[in-house]
Write a new protein. Structure first.
Length: 95
C-alpha cells in the first residue's frame, strides 16, 4: 500500500503541477522545486533498496540511524516499517 502511495506521489511531483503552483503562489525560488524533487527521488530510491534488503534478510529486526531526517534514511525507515522492523535514532553530537 505505502509503495503505491509513494509511487503516486512521486509521479505527481514529477509532473510538477502542484509544486509550481505552490512556488508561484508563494513567490519562492525555483531551486526549491529541484531540491524537493531530488529529495523525493532519493527517498524513493532508498525505499526500494530497503524493500529488497529487508525481503532478502528476514533476520533483520532493528535498524539504527544517525540522523533519521535525511531522505535516504527516511526511505529506509519507511521500508523497515513495512516489514515491522524497529528503527532507532542515535544522538549525534552534543545536545
Amino acid at each position: 500500500m505505502i509503495g503505491k502511495i509513494i509511487k503516486d506521489v512521486y509521479m505527481e511531483i514529477l509532473s510538477k503541477k502542484i509544486i509550481y503552483k505552490i512556488i508561484s503562489e508563494n513567490k519562492l525560488n525555483h531551486s526549491i522545486l529541484e531540491e524537493f524533487i531530488n529529495s523525493v527521488k532519493v527517498f524513493y530510491i532508498w525505499f526500494e533498496h530497503g524493500i529488497k534488503i529487508f525481503k532478502n534478510n528476514p533476520s533483520i529486526k532493528k535498524v539504527f540511524f544517525a540522523p533519521w531526517y535525511n531522505p535516504d534514511s527516511m526511505g529506509l525507515i519507511a521500508a523497515a516499517k513495512k516489514f515491522n522492523i524497529l528503527s532507532h535514532d542515535m544522538q549525534h553530537g552534543v545536545q
